[in-house]
Ligand binder design. Structure first.
Ligand SMILES: *[C@@H]1O[C@H](CO)[C@@H](O)[C@H](O)[C@H]1NC(C)=O
Ligand SMILES: *[C@@H]1O[C@H](CO)[C@@H](O)[C@H](O)[C@H]1NC(C)=O
Ligand SMILES: *[C@@H]1O[C@H](CO)[C@@H](O)[C@H](O)[C@H]1NC(C)=O
Ligand SMILES: *[C@@H]1O[C@H](CO)[C@@H](O)[C@H](O)[C@H]1NC(C)=O
Ligand SMILES: *[C@@H]1O[C@H](CO)[C@@H](O)[C@H](O)[C@H]1NC(C)=O
Ligand SMILES: *[C@@H]1O[C@H](CO)[C@@H](O)[C@H](O)[C@H]1NC(C)=O
Ligand SMILES: *[C@@H]1O[C@H](CO)[C@@H](O)[C@H](O)[C@H]1NC(C)=O
Ligand SMILES: *[C@@H]1O[C@H](CO)[C@@H](O)[C@H](O)[C@H]1NC(C)=O
Ligand SMILES: *[C@@H]1O[C@H](CO)[C@@H](O)[C@H](O)[C@H]1NC(C)=O
Ligand SMILES: *[C@@H]1O[C@H](CO)[C@@H](O)[C@H](O)[C@H]1NC(C)=O
Length: 587
């Protein structure tokens, strides 16, 4: 809760007094994102800015291997590896294409160069795949049988070794795969390492195969949705509004800052009945290994457990840099069936350290009704070395949300893998502002603003959405549920989890800043998401260009205003309402 979080900011200094200080600020200086924020303190470089790798002059070849999914189950029968062999100036081993003779200045090579490779089980040496890929190709999929792996909780090491045709150099990479015992109770949740979506099996589909899920749900006030006198009324209303996931926030006011176990079990039975997924929140306990073990043992068999959620804004609080990864390692061991998530609040503060402790990274930039340059709460300026304005390094526009997703994705893709290749992606989610009239936030966002931030998030690759905090206003509750339902429907989810968004489609008639538009191409069809950035209605005709010169002729509106048509291969509409959002499928 925002005011709990503000309260904790004040006492942080006392809490960390006995720990080793890895940060730039002195221990007795209260900070947020490493910046002093009280008018009695001085500005200071917070440190922790993301270090992008230095480009090398000569081209490198980055050969990496990943499992298609974060986990496999014995019942899957087979799995896929993702093999990338990408020319890079950042990651990999030196590359000179002796055979083809052409590696031009930007490393583009002749089409003919191939990498011949073998993939082995690093434990018993068994050969799993022997094949080849084009140099400078990514996301090549190679299937393999799971039958040679005995299902177990520990991962198996996997290695790849390749040679470029008639080249001398060997390229190597490693990964690990989980091959877990099949399920007949509880849930299993896997991440698709190509597109970032989540897939589940649980009681709902009787553990037969996997179904896609686009989670959309709030952090919820437990006193409201799970009152101690046991009433399902508010929880049922919540589910009926269209939400398929929830994070019931543990009560920081209780002596052990945790959940009343018997009550939560009663509510969770009901959530199991209606297949409402829980993101189990360990914000107050994840730094205590004993409590993590107890909580996992208690809840890991729940059929609607979606994922573990550990640190809540660890970067804001300057929690120890290793705190998230310590909890992550423990959770992997205790329960490999579920992903681990956390939320980061700072724009650029020790991203790599904190993000190393989760599979899914949430961002929670809250830009509505703030003053981005002057702290309403603390009466100081805010900039990159000082102050807390409630949204770190923000400009105070709805697009702070999409910029933050872009930032996190860019950082993540620039972290090298343990074997030196490009580190790859992690799914990103948004936590959106659905609160206000407190601290830094003068007003509660309108439903239009929240829906616009939802669309901006999805357009910029968010694979799930959460909000702080339920209940919001009735119009925000209803609007975020209604638009979220569209993302969950089979038609949209096939695009959202089946392709990468092509961001920043060209929008004419009002300029690029007028509307943010992305497209997902699957086969002959395109999903388009449009978020109008203007706060006033306009009568101008807007036209959105299709990616890759897709030849589209008809449009179906899944959400938003009617009036869209296809004209000369472009998506066209006369006039846009302020902050209008559209989800469209073109054929
Ligand atoms: C290599 O590529 C460059 C740039 O595309 C081209 O100008 C040059 O002719 C090529 N050389 C060979 C040997 O193919
Ligand atoms: C890989 O896929 C091909 C084509 O679907 C299939 O014939 C083959 O049996 C699969 N191999 C394994 C190991 O599953
Ligand atoms: C590449 O690997 C092969 C087979 O393991 C080995 O014989 C050769 O010496 C390696 N080459 C280099 C340059 O390391
Ligand atoms: C539970 O308590 C709330 C107020 O605290 C009340 O509104 C509600 O009617 C009560 N429900 C039941 C089932 O007693
Ligand atoms: C961790 O939790 C256990 C079990 O609740 C408790 O006994 C212990 O004091 C906690 N440790 C710390 C450092 O808070
Ligand atoms: C969870 O399932 C495992 C395996 O069946 C069992 O050993 C364990 O006792 C169960 N835990 C709970 C809390 O039900
Ligand atoms: C984590 O970091 C702290 C310093 O903040 C250090 O004291 C501790 O030993 C580290 N723990 C582990 C397991 O590395
Ligand atoms: C932010 O606060 C400063 C100082 O009070 C003021 O000059 C400025 O207009 C405010 N900006 C916004 C967007 O409210
Ligand atoms: C941030 O504001 C403080 C207080 O006005 C000032 O001392 C500091 O130089 C500013 N930092 C930057 C990077 O502008
Ligand atoms: C687009 O499709 C239509 C109908 O199939 C066809 O007549 C037209 O030639 C196509 N245009 C392009 C540029 O492919």
């Amino acid at each position: 809760m925002a005011n709990i979080h503000a309260f904790h900011r004040v006492i942080t200094a006392f809490l960390i007094i006995n720990t080793v200080n890895a940060f730039n600020a002195l221990l007795d200086v209260p900070t947020w994102c490493g910046k002093p924020y009280m008018d009695t303190t001085q500005s200071l470089d917070p440190g922790g800015q993301f270090q992008f790798p230095t480009p090398q002059k000569g081209p490198l070849l980055s050969v990496t291997i990943q499992p298609r999914y974060s986990i496999f189950l014995e019942s899957d029968g087979s799995g896929d590896f993702i093999v990338d062999a990408v020319i890079s100036h950042l990651f990999g081993q030196p590359f000179s294409n002796v055979a083809g003779g052409n590696s031009s200045s930007d490393g583009e090579t002749t089409q003919s160069a191939t990498l011949d490779f073998e993939i082995h089980n690093g434990e018993d040496g068994a050969l799993l795949v022997s094949s080849s890929v084009h140099v400078n190709s990514a996301r090549n999929l190679f299937n393999f049988s799971l039958s040679s792996f005995s299902p177990r909780f520990e991962p198996y090491p996997i290695s790849i070794k390749g040679t470029v045709s008639s080249g001398q150099q060997n390229y190597t990479g490693t990964t690990q795969i989980y091959v877990l015992p099949s399920r007949s109770y509880g849930s299993a949740v896997k991440i698709d390492n190509v597109y970032g979506g989540l897939y589940v099996q649980n009681a709902f589909n009787k553990w037969k195969g996997w179904y896609a899920i686009f989670p959309n749900g709030y952090y919820a006030d437990g006193g409201y949705v799970t009152p101690s006198n046991i009433s399902f009324t508010n929880l049922d209303t919540y589910a009926a509004q269209g939400f398929n996931s929830i994070n019931i926030v543990p009560d920081g006011g209780r002596p052990d800052q945790s959940y009343p176990t018997a009550e939560l079990a009663t509510y969770w039975d009901h959530m199991d009945d209606i297949n409402l997924f829980n993101i189990y929140d360990m914000r107050f306990t994840f730094q205590n290994a004993t409590r993590v073990e107890e909580e996992v043992a208690r809840w890991k068999n729940r059929t609607t457990l979606l994922m573990w959620y550990t640190a809540n804004e660890p970067d804001g609080w300057s929690y120890p840099l290793n705190s998230t990864s310590i909890a992550y390692t423990q959770l992997r061991t205790l329960d490999p069936y579920h992903p681990v998530s956390l939320v980061l609040n700072c724009q650029n503060y020790y991203y790599a350290s904190y993000a190393s402790g989760a599979d899914i990274i949430f961002q929670d930039a809250y830009p509505v009704a703030i003053n981005a340059t002057y702290s309403i709460k603390w009466n100081t300026p805010c900039n990159t070395t000082y102050g807390d304005c409630g949204c770190d390094n923000c400009v105070g526009e709805l697009t702070d949300v999409s910029s933050r997703l872009d930032d996190f994705q860019k950082y993540q893709e620039n972290i090298p893998s343990s074997s030196g290749g490009h580190g790859g992606k992690k799914p990103t989610w948004s936590v959106l502002q659905a609160f206000g009239e407190q601290d830094y936030w003068k007003a509660i966002p309108t439903a239009k603003e929240v829906e616009n931030m939802m669309m901006l998030s999805v357009n910029h690759g968010a694979k799930g959405i959460s909000y702080w905090e339920y209940p919001s206003t009735n119009e925000v509750n209803v609007g975020s549920g209604a638009l979220g339902k569209v993302f969950q429907e089979e038609l949209a989810i096939g695009f959202l989890l089946g392709a990468d968004p092509i961001k920043g489609l060209n929008v004419e008639g009002g300029g690029q800043e007028m509307a943010d538009a992305s497209a997902w191409v699957v086969g002959e069809r395109v999903l388009v998401g449009v978020a109008n950035g203007k706060h006033e209605d306009s009568e101008t005709t807007v036209s959105v260009s299709m990616p890759r010169d897709m030849n589209v002729s008809s449009v179906k509106v899944l959400y938003g205003e009617m009036g869209w048509r296809v004209d000369d291969g472009k998506l066209v509409k006369r006039g846009m309402r302020r902050l209008e959002v559209s989800v469209l499928v073109l054929t």
